[in-house]
Design a protein around this ligand. Structure first.
Ligand code: IPM
Ligand code: MG
Length: 374
């Protein structure tokens, strides 16, 4: 899924890969700008030619077009090699009816592009071990990959919505997965595990939910094709606890949409800051979407105070998964590590170390400098 030949890829003309940038809302535009600078420099250094175009998603699209996403944007995304996203949402649009909120734009683009596999790696940079709220000896060596199913489950199940039943207000969402959806995300997790620690932990709630029982059955069927990978099953409530107690024990975690949303924020936070976590959303269509796991942080938007490293690390994932270029991706990660080792921190991390904070753009500059030296 992730290393296709250039010829079979959408969004490429004469070997030039087209990247659609969706800066979005809040700190989205600031962090996306730094991510794109680093992406462009790393690609250039590897002889990869990129072409960038911009589009509107979320609140930015509501303000300009009256809707959080347009059909035209979806067509442009389908025709691109990859989509690079900042963040969506903010208090300005909180009062809108549910179907018109910024988040609907994000959910629709994931669904329309068939991006069922969301990869959220949570690793600890040595220099940031002290930034976690957990003790250093618990945190050191965390290297997790959360593989979250992204286009099914409670987020998309039908029936859904509000109803008036005998004059009483009611609302429902439906958790539904079929075996094909479960098997394909399980394969992504097992394939990833083969290249890592060869362990998969499937997270579920099978003591209560039939849906989870089907997950257990199907994940075990898929596991038969991966004799070299060890499979564990873990209830989601105890997983939330175990991630705090012994996060180093886990390699690949595979789970459904809602559990994955919750556990990936927890995994991010134990590594130090939500501002560090990148993500890739992949599917069958060949277009990947890359975004920081953090939100739009409207409280600090426009202040040049955001941490752009999650966006920059998302650019590395784009190079790896959509452009088949692991070398420049590794260079970006090494540049980020070097900048942190030099003691530079954005404000979300600086307090922990008593260091003066650098701004969002300055952090981008520092990473670019390291990249150019490499
Ligand atoms: C995430 C976010 C989104 C989600 C929101 C913004 C819709 O929390 O990417 O984790 O729930 O998927
Ligand atoms: Mg989330």
């Amino acid at each position: 899924m992730n290393r296709q030949t250039q010829a079979s890829q959408p969004g490429s003309a004469k070997g030039i890969a087209r990247i659609l940038i969706l800066p979005g809302d809040g700190i989205g535009p600031e962090v996306a700008e730094q991510g794109v600078r680093v992406l462009e420099a790393a690609a250039k250094g590897a002889g990869i030619e990129l072409e960038f175009e911009e589009g509107l998603l979320g609140g930015a699209s509501i303000d300009a077009k009256g809707s959080p996403i347009t059909d035209e944007l979806i067509d442009r995304a389908r025709a691109a090699r990859a989509v690079f996203l900042g963040a969506v949402g903010g208090p300005k649009w909180d009062a809108l009816p549910f179907a018109q909120r910024p988040e609907r734009g994000l959910l629709r683009i994931r669904k329309e592009l068939g991006l069922f596999a969301n990869l959220r790696p949570a690793t600890v940079f040595r220099a940031l071990i002290g930034a976690s709220t957990l003790r250093p000896e618990v945190v050191e060596g965390i290297d997790l990959l959360v593989v979250r199913e992204l286009t099914g489950g409670l987020y998309f199940g039908e029936p859904r919505g509000d109803a008036l039943v005998d004059g009483v207000r009611e609302s429902r969402n439906t958790m539904v997965y079929n075996e094909l959806e479960i098997a394909r995300i399980a394969r992504v997790a097992f394939d990833a595990a083969l290249l890592r620690g060869k362990e998969v932990t499937h997270v579920h709630k099978a003591n209560v939910l039939e849906v989870s029982q089907l997950w257990v059955t199907v994940v075990e069927e898929v596991a038969k094709d991966y004799p070299d990978v060890t499979l564990h099953h873990q209830l989601v409530d105890s997983m939330a606890m175990l991630l705090l107690r012994e996060p180093r024990n886990y390699d690949v975690i595979v789970t459904g949409n809602l559990f994955g949303d919750i556990l990936s924020d927890e995994a991010a936070m134990i590594t130090g800051s939500l501002g560090m976590l990148p993500s890739a959303s992949l599917g069958e269509g060949g277009v990947g979407l890359y975004e920081p796991v953090h939100g739009s942080a409207p409280d600090i938007a426009g202040e040049d105070a955001a941490n752009p490293l999650a966006a920059i690390l998302s650019a590395a994932m784009l190079l790896e998964h959509s452009l088949g270029a692991p070398e420049p991706a590794a260079k970006i990660r090494a540049a980020v590590e070097a900048v942190l080792n030099d003691g530079h921190r954005t404000v979300d991390l600086a307090g922990e170390f008593g260091l003066a904070a650098v701004g969002c753009a300055a952090m981008g500059d520092l990473v670019l400098q390291k990249l150019e030296q490499s």
